[in-house]
Write a protein that binds this ligand. Structure first.
Ligand SMILES: NC(=O)C1=CN([C@@H]2O[C@H](COP(=O)(O)OP(=O)(O)OC[C@H]3O[C@@H](n4cnc5c(N)ncnc54)[C@H](OP(=O)(O)O)[C@@H]3O)[C@@H](O)[C@H]2O)[C@@H](O)CC1
Ligand SMILES: Nc1ncnc2c1ncn2[C@@H]1O[C@H](COP(=O)(O)OP(=O)(O)O)[C@@H](O)[C@H]1O
Ligand SMILES: [K+]
Length: 488
């Protein structure tokens, strides 16, 4: 009996798990009873002031969970009214319906009353199309009346695969789900529509909660063993040398943030590669960060003969897209890991194939696009509404032979071999100018210390979120940098 807190299971995979459980002799009805009991428990604990539990039941097993919850709530003295459609005969849902006393009213009859709490058991994993007009009307009435909603498994209307509603969708205060989260619980806007998600153990055996194409919630197990270890045998060069490219006078702050983040990540030294015109200005702001004046391809080619450079970050505040492209070509020849952010991503807008040709030797390229930058590089993937953010990141990673860090409140990290993690623990105040520059530098610093790209990206995204949490609301990107590397 277990829950899996880190594996994300698509609705289709959950259906297979469900079937495997029953095939292996487990009692499906017992699982449903347990699911319904968890829903009832969340209802009474979260809404002690509830006057009426309005249980809305659909035709499938999600509805079955609702009938179980309705029966248990009734037995515990809560006033229960049930709406919805009777399940077809023979299955577990029909059994749950049969033993739940009281009438089942047509859904459209529900009129909101003060003290109502809706238990939304209309559709869960089985949702495969937009909800009907009738249900859309009920959802609208719930929203207008401000009636709180507890969703069973998923808010009805939300795709558990993509995290995007198929049409009208409940906005839940709480969502009670079972055995493992689905991508839709973490991907936006799904995470917001779920409210607080409760992952409950309904007795599914741990050995069955698995996937042959796993997507993970970002967690230390994905990168812990690859984290750089401090050793007294080290000197600064053996801790890694990160190079960050600075833009011109007006936009040098972005690269400074990246450089500082790289240094705080533990890299032994960080050098800002600065256009000559900006060297003096940068020098007035830098202390531990070193500088090297780099004017053009010739300067850079000359410097790249220094084999004591471990990784590069280019893009934050860089400005000149043509120069970015030619510098990146030179960086590709070094064999070192490279992080492309901001302008370095935009530099390959609509010509991403040029990039894929540069880094096809081994996995050493990391891209950190936000939504807009992703769209610039992969307009076809961004416009394909059948794809989830996970699908998009994975396909982009494959196309470029790169780790893609597709940023946002639901940052997706994908590798070309299919490894994939969703980070959902970062605080919303990371949405501040310069915070992405910090992330790029942090990942670059971890790469400089020898972490492999996927692990560096997962660790960087996690540490970025943790630093943001420590920095607190209204932090600036400067505050964020100063929290990197501090104990949790
Ligand atoms: N996984 C587990 O371990 C456990 C899972 N459990 C529970 O089972 C749930 C999954 O059950 P499920 O497979 O029966 O699917 P469910 O969501 O009830 O919907 C299917 C029905 O809806 C219909 N339908 C679909 N979309 C529609 C629409 N837009 N508008 C109208 N109709 C629509 C579709 O009908 P059809 O396409 O045939 O017309 C079908 O009849 C899961 O979410 C969890 O709560 C627990 O009991 C404990 C163990
Ligand atoms: N609502 C949010 N919740 C959590 N993290 C967020 C949210 N919005 C943005 N972020 C994170 O903040 C960073 C912003 O990066 P980016 O958009 O590149 O900003 P900038 O270019 O100003 O540095 C990314 O790491 C992104 O994942
Ligand atoms: K539901």
């Amino acid at each position: 009996m277990a829950i899996n807190e880190t594996l994300l299971v698509t609705p289709a995979a959950m259906t297979r798990i469900d079937r495997a459980a029953v095939d292996s002799g487990l009692d499906g009805f017992a699982l449903m009873q347990s699911a319904g009991a968890h829903v009832a428990a969340v209802a009474v604990s979260q809404f002690p002031e509830m006057r009426r539990a309005v249980v809305m039941c659909g035709p499938g097993n999600n509805g079955g969970d609702g009938h179980v919850a309705a029966r248990l709530l009734g037995q515990s003295g809560v006033h229960v009214v049930r709406y919805g459609r009777q399940p077809g005969p023979g299955g577990d849902a029909a059994r749950a319906f049969d033993i739940c006393p009281g009438p089942l009213h047509p859904l459209a009859d529900w009129q909101p009353q003060a003290g109502d709490v809706i238990i939304d058991a209309l559709f869960g994993a089985g949702l495969d199309r937009p909800v009907s007009q009738e249900i859309a009307g009920v959802i609208e009435r719930a929203e207008e009346s401000g009636t709180p909603v507890i969703a069973v498994d998923l808010p009805s209307g939300l795709s558990g695969r993509t995290g995007v509603p198929t049409g009208a969708c409940f906005t839940a205060r709480h969502t009670v789900t079972f055995a493992a989260l689905k991508p839709g619980h973490l991907l936006m806007p799904g995470r917001a529509l779920c409210g607080q998600t409760h992952l409950c153990d309904i007795g599914m055996p741990a050995r069955l909660i698995c996937s042959d194409d796993p997507v993970w919630r970002n967690h230390p197990g994905l990168y812990r063993e690859a984290l750089p270890a401090a050793s007294s045998a080290q000197h600064k060069y053996s801790r890694g040398h990160l190079v960050v490219f600075s833009g011109p006078l007006i936009s040098g702050g972005a690269a400074r943030l990246s450089a500082m983040a790289g240094l705080r990540s533990g890299a032994g030294l960080v050098t800002l590669a600065t256009p000559p015109i900006a060297v003096l200005l940068q020098a007035t702001h830098l202390t531990a960060i070193m500088q090297r004046a780099i004017k053009d391809d010739a300067d850079l080619t000359d410097w790249l003969n220094d084999k004591r450079i471990s990784s590069f970050v280019i893009g934050p505040g860089f400005g000149d897209l043509g120069k970015a492209r030619s510098f990146i070509r030179l960086l590709a020849d070094t064999g070192c890991p490279v992080v492309l952010d901001a302008d370095a991503i935009t530099a390959f807008a609509s010509c991403s194939e040029k990039l894929s040709n540069l880094f096809n030797d081994k996995l050493r390229l990391v891209l950190t696009p936000h939504e807009g930058e992703f769209r610039r590089l992969f307009p076809d993937l961004a416009d394909d509404e059948t794809l989830s953010k996970i699908d998009r990141a994975r396909m982009a990673a494959k196309q470029l032979n790169a780790v893609i860090v597709y940023k946002g409140a639901d940052t997706v990290i994908a590798a070309p071999d299919g490894r994939c993690a969703v980070n959902a623990d970062a605080p919303p105040w990371l949405a501040t100018a310069g915070s992405g520059d910090v992330l790029g530098g942090l990942i670059g610093g971890l790469l400089a210390q020898g972490m492999p790209p996927f692990e560096a990206a997962c660790a960087g995204v996690a540490q970025h979120g943790e630093a943001g949490t420590r920095a607190g609301a209204n932090m600036t990107a400067e505050d964020l940098v100063m929290e990197i590397g501090k104990p949790a």
